[in-house]
Design a protein around this ligand. Structure first.
Ligand SMILES: Cc1cc2nc3c(=O)[nH]c(=O)nc-3n(C[C@H](O)[C@H](O)[C@H](O)COP(=O)(O)O)c2cc1C
Ligand code: SF4
Length: 644
């Protein structure tokens, strides 16, 4: 039956001899839920079941190592793993999807997944990693390459025996097979290095070995369309490699982008809303006659449908959006895109506090992800009357959660739903954050939660007869109180963002290097073409994690100058004066925009409420306790809502 909402996405498709119910595929994404020996855990099973319930035709999850090395993924390095892995395959199947498995050796990037077997085509490390203590990989001998070809083939056979119905060979993003494909990382002068034909030889031998051992097992090859390493893999070469893979027997090309070393592209953190690198993806599709899968930035079903309509790919890959909402495809099929909890492309839960921190993968906007030992929306034994003060992400999440748990919830909001997210979404590149606000607006309505657009005080709490007050009122802008800040050339960043980012200046200094400062600088430089400098009091521009790397790259590309260890002391005759490493300095700019951080408001508010209403339990969440990331706000809101 034709799906009336997204007909292309929910059209049947084929990969080799495999009939796939629809065109959405859950992309391989490590969960870090496996046991230390590489076998799946109880939580892995739960995660695979949930993923398969999510409605994509095929489910890939963790990758499995072809050899036994210590790393964070699963293993199929010996026959001992066939039993445990078969339970995963069965689980996916029983929950309605085709079980797929990615097989891999992480090669040069073993350290990225805390592996202990650093091998590559050549003794070349990604320089920033090397400078941070990363070991140089060992160069595989020709004999070892031949052994590895067999390991991949044997592993595929085990996967087939375990019940997986499609295999994806990881040859992208800096793993072993991509180390050979890359002209940057492969400087060999034997038959596995030099020409593209030689660099692709290892991968092609792997394909042939798998096809020899499992002739009927559909085989996808994951390639980075462009790896974005300097002197690395280009789309033109990927087109040629894709053709060679097809000729060697591959049944599909699974296109992704970037490399782990250049994580911001692999994580899609540099791009604006929408699918990444569409033209390059189309070039690869046009180069082959086997189907292509494409992922990267397909955050909404509309984006995926359009890619399929435009013939950019044959299958759409859902990665991070399936962490934000494991039911992504199911909700799309039911024509409920507004109920899809949107990925905001932050990289905080999945990368920074997930894979890169050694913990289980998390999601900033989905606090319940992979928490299978806790009930989702536990029903209240005694429903409470709850006031939520503030409708930012913390307040909205707390309200929706509390309502789903059976409580009676009212929100007070003095401005607008979204809180400071409204200012945060002003920049084009933050469109995805805006989708989170829209999601919350919709869900508040659907849950029938009353939002009263008034400023709530302790008196409001006392008069309303509430049992619980959840304070989510955010923080107030820190006033620097410096001489000259009333000059017309000076504006606070939140006012600038609130006022449609209007600026008549040509040269602007942004004081403060956090997220708000970085976003303000990018709007001015990228979107308005101004000459922008950022000053920070600290010795370094500071936004943590992969988001910080993405900001550094974008600020660099936009030509923004960063002046660390530089503190604004006064503004005189419209010119800001700074104390910096070289003493006092006046910057010749036309405008000074101050992004000086926020002052948490919780303690004061709690004291006022407790003074007026002794019986009310007061809980603080989000920025009103300390100014942090969206993830902290959402997770604290969820926890508060579940625990009333
Ligand atoms: C937490 C996490 C783990 C990932 N693990 C893998 C992996 O094991 N193998 C792989 O090929 N890609 C992996 N990826 C990359 C995704 O498959 C996908 O290519 C990438 O996230 C871009 O697609 P998206 O914008 O839909 O997220 C991972 C991504 C994330 C966020
Ligand atoms: S942590 Fe951020 S980027 Fe990662 S899946 Fe969740 S919302 Fe998306």
């Amino acid at each position: 039956m034709k799906n009336k909402f997204y007909p292309k996405t929910f059209e049947r498709g084929y990969i080799g001899n495999l009939e796939v119910e629809n065109r959405a595929i859950r992309m391989p994404m490590g969960t870090e839920l496996g046991n230390p020996d590489g076998s799946p855990s109880w939580a892995s099973l739960k995660a695979y079941a949930e993923a398969a319930d999510g409605g994509t035709g095929i489910v890939f999850m963790d990758n499995a190592g072809v050899t036994q090395f210590h790393h964070v993924g699963l293993s199929l390095a010996s026959d001992n793993y066939i039993g445990p892995m078969s339970v995963l395959a069965k689980t996916i199947k029983q929950h309605g999807a085709i079980p797929g498995l990615q097989i891999v050796h992480p090669g040069r990037d073993a350290a990225f997944v805390r592996g202990d077997d650093l091998i590559s085509s050549s003794r070349i490390q990604w320089e920033p990693w090397y400078e941070n203590g990363g070991a140089v990989p060992r160069e595989l001998t020709i004999e070892e390459i031949h052994d590895f070809v067999g390991y991949f083939g044997d592993c595929a056979l085990r996967a087939q025996t375990a019940g997986f119905e499609i295999i994806d060979v990881h040859a992208a993003c800096g793993v072993l097979l991509s180390n050979f494909l890359s002209p940057r990382n492969n400087t060999r002068n034997d038959m596995y290095g030099g020409s593209l034909h030689n660099r692709a030889r290892f991968l092609l031998e792997v394909i042939r070995d798998i096809k020899k051992k499992c002739p009927n097992l559909p085989l996808a090859i994951r390639l980075s369309g462009i790896d974005f390493e300097p002197g690395g893999i280009t789309v033109e070469e990927t087109c040629e490699v894709a053709k060679m893979c097809e000729a060697a027997g591959a049944d599909a090309i699974n296109i992704t982008w970037g490399s782990h070393a250049e994580v911001i592209n692999a994580a899609g953190l540099l791009s604006k809303h929408g699918a990444n690198h569409v033209e390059a993806a189309k070039m690869i599709k046009d180069a082959v006659s086997i189907p292509t899968m494409l992922c990267g930035g397909i955050y909404s079903p509309e984006i995926g449908e359009k890619l399929l309509e435009d013939g950019v790919c044959d299958f759409i890959g859902i990665g991070k959006p399936a962490l934000a909402d494991p039911m992504w495809a199911k909700k799309a099929a039911e024509g409920r895109p507004e109920d899809i909890r949107p990925c905001i492309g932050c990289g905080v839960g999945c990368h920074d506090r997930g894979m890169l921190s050694g913990g289980v993968v998390q999601c900033a906007v989905n606090a319940a992800l992979y928490k299978f030992d806790e009930p989702v929306y536990p029903q209240a034994e005694v429903p409470k009357k709850v006031i939520i003060i503030g409708a930012g992400p913390a307040g909205c999440e707390a309200a929706i959660t509390a309502k789903k748990c059976g409580h009676d919830v009212t929100i007070y909001e003095k401005r607008k739903i979204g809180g400071v997210l409204k200012e945060a979404t002003v920049s084009d590149s933050k469109e995805d954050l805006g989708h989170l606000i829209t999601y919350y607006e919709t869900q508040l309505k659907k849950e029938g939660i009353e939002v009263i657009y008034e400023e709530a005080t302790a008196g409001t709490v006392a008069a309303g007869g509430f049992d619980v007050a959840i304070v989510a009122c955010g923080a107030t802008v820190r006033n620097l109180n410096i001489d000259g800040q009333d000059d017309p050339s000076v504006v606070y960043a939140m006012d600038f963002l609130d006022n449609d980012c209007k600026s008549d200046a040509d040269r602007v200094v942004v004081v403060g290097g956090g997220i708000v400062g970085a976003e303000t600088a990018l709007i001015l430089a990228e979107e308005q073409g101004k000459d922008v400098t950022i000053t920070t009091r600290s010795p370094e521009f500071f936004v943590p994690g992969v988001m910080g790397i993405a900001y550094m790259v974008r600020l660099g590309m936009a030509g923004v100058t960063i002046k660390p260890s530089t503190q604004l002391v006064a503004v005189k005759d419209g010119k800001p004066m700074f104390a910096g490493p070289r003493g006092l300095e006046t910057l010749d700019v036309d405008q000074t925009i101050i992004s000086s951080g926020f002052v948490p408001a919780f303690n004061q508010f709690r004291a006022q409420i407790e003074e007026k209403c002794e019986d009310v339990r007061v809980i603080g969440i989000g920025d009103c306790k300390a100014s942090r990331m969206v993830m902290d706000a959402v997770h604290e809101g969820y926890i508060a809502g579940c625990n009333l």
